[in-house]
Design a protein around this ligand. Structure first.
Ligand code: PLP
Length: 334
């Protein structure tokens, strides 16, 4: 695969570290757990969207955009990072927030919502849960075009085939780093939401013939729906990148048992995971994505799915600013 043929902006000047987690590993008594610190990417708090935006913003600039539009939930990391990237490029940014949980939008809320305002978002529009977000973005783009502006739409989560190239690049970065470290990774575990991270890693590992399985922990959808969504994006990427290694549905693994009552709603196992990593390694997870994903990893270790002696790499996709919108629940003792 030659990713250099795709236009890319660079927002992070270094490879994010891969670290061993000795205390966390010991506390669980299972496989050796390593972490890819994508929470240390740039963008006022960092996270996986930074990698996707390197390719998406390059596309926006190539099209002569002056305003970036995107959408997300009320505490969206993706919205914060898209706004950050727009600032870096000297572009305006407007957000459409979906109230996936009724009445969850509060103009004065902390966490990412506070950061939208601190970072100087041009405008925020709030729409009810279940709205057709792409249609809302198109409508806003039309309004702006009528005023002579040049909007560019970044899809929810940045998970189209352009944005997902960020995680194909991440797969290459992981392979080069672990080769340097003399480390053989047996499994990769990541959050599976709007699918770009999961699909990009699968496509990247296949494209490099690396044979490292990727396990996605769903943060929202049911297993069958999520597997199909990931697979369809992987197929688009495989075509775009001319990947010859065959890829089948069997290569897409999703566990959906850690969502709890719904997207962004707290679970006991999320709280346990957030507290355990904070208190053994001083690394902050988030309540919506990485906390539930780590809860999945912990449970799969306890069930013997990942075994002692194996090396498991957890992708820390970021999101800790959202903790400040969940302070009470994440301090509860479970
Ligand atoms: C968006 C997000 C994810 C999910 O990644 P997708 O590519 O949308 O599947 C995981 N973790 C954090 C912190 C996120 O903000």
């Amino acid at each position: 695969m030659n990713l250099a043929k795709f236009p890319r902006r660079r927002y992070t000047a270094y490879d994010t570290p891969i670290e061993f987690l000795p205390n966390f590993t010991k506390a669980l008594g299972g496989p050796n757990i390593y972490i890819k610190r994508d929470d240390l990417l740039e963008g006022a708090g960092g996270g996986n969207k930074t990698r996707k935006l390197e390719f998406l913003m390059a596309d926006a600039l190539a099209q002569g955009a002056d305003t970036i539009l995107t959408c997300g939930a009320v505490q969206s990391n993706h919205c914060r990072l898209t706004l950050s990237a727009a600032i870096k490029e000297g572009l305006k940014c407007q957000l459409i927030l979906e109230e996936r949980v009724a009445n969850s939008y509060n103009k004065n809320a902390s966490g990412n919502n506070y950061l939208f305002r601190l970072l100087g978002v041009e405008d925020i529009r709030v729409v009810p849960g279940g709205s057709d977000m792409m249609a809302e973005l198109e409508k806003l783009a039309e309004e702006l075009r009528a005023k002579g502006r040049r909007p560019y739409i970044v899809p929810g989560g940045g998970s189209n085939k352009i944005g997902s190239l960020g995680y194909v690049a991440c797969a290459q970065e992981i392979l080069s780093q672990t080769f340097d470290m003399g480390l053989n990774i047996d499994h990769i575990v990541c959050a599976s939401g709007s699918t770009g991270t999961h699909a990009g890693l699968v496509a990247g590992m296949k494209g490099e013939n690396a044979n490292i399985p990727v396990t996605g922990i769903s943060v929202n959808r049911k297993e069958d729906v999520q597997r199909k969504a990931v697979y369809s994006l992987v197929q688009e990427l495989a075509e775009e990148l001319d990947i010859k290694t065959p890829i089948s549905m069997d290569d897409i693994t999703v566990f959906d048992g850690y969502v709890g009552p719904g997207y962004s709603l707290p679970t006991d196992s999320m709280v346990e995971a957030v507290q355990l990593l904070a208190r053994t390694e001083a690394i902050l997870l988030d309540p919506v994505y990485t906390g539930k994903t780590m809860a999945g990893l912990i449970d799969l270790i306890r069930k013997g799915y990942f075994k002692k002696g194996e090396n498991v790499l957890f992708i820390h996709t970021g999101g800790w600013p959202a903790l400040f919108a969940y302070t009470d629940v994440t301090l509860e003792e479970k």
